[in-house]
Design a protein. Structure first.
Length: 158
């Protein structure tokens, strides 16, 4: 009797499940990604500081205020007046007071005390300090008490 020897044949694996898993992982990571940058405005060029660091613990309730200048595509300032950028458009600090009042009322409607909310001010590096102080005063007038200023971490020279 003759025994037939056969060469092992190469089996091509089915890649369909692997592709499905990859797409599921992509969708998962898109959902759990940190969306802090959604609060950012590209017109605001943050100052750099060696002491800048992320908060130790995440804040529960935050309200972002972006202060900066209208800029052209090269990043040059078009209008020297600093504006507060929001969903409603660019406003001066005084005109932004009405939005702070509205945010305080919305917080109270949601049973959140404005005193517990943190106002995160993202001010352009070239924004005069007086504008930031004015925004803090307007926020305090509306019941907000916690403030944080945003800056980029400056690379330390070795």
């Amino acid at each position: 009797m003759r025994i037939k020897s056969s060469k092992p044949s190469l089996v091509d694996p089915d890649m369909t499940p692997m592709i499905d898993i990859v797409f599921q992982l992509i969708a998962f990571f898109m959902i759990v990604t940190n969306f802090e940058q959604t609060q950012a405005d590209e017109r605001v060029k943050l100052p750099e500081d060696e002491l800048a660091q992320p908060p130790i613990a995440p804040r529960e309730q935050e309200l972002y205020i972006n202060v900066g200048f209208e800029r052209d595509k090269q990043g040059n300032i078009i209008d020297p007046t600093p504006y507060v950028f929001s969903k409603e458009g660019a406003k001066t600090a005084q005109a932004f007071a009405s939005e702070l009042q509205m945010e305080a009322r919305v917080a109270q409607t949601k049973k959140i005390d404005p005193k517990t909310m943190t106002i995160v001010i993202r001010a352009d590096a070239e924004t005069p300090t007086g504008i930031v102080q004015e925004l803090i005063k307007l926020a305090q007038d509306n019941g907000f008490e916690k403030f944080a200023l945003k800056a980029k971490a400056k690379a330390l020279d070795q």
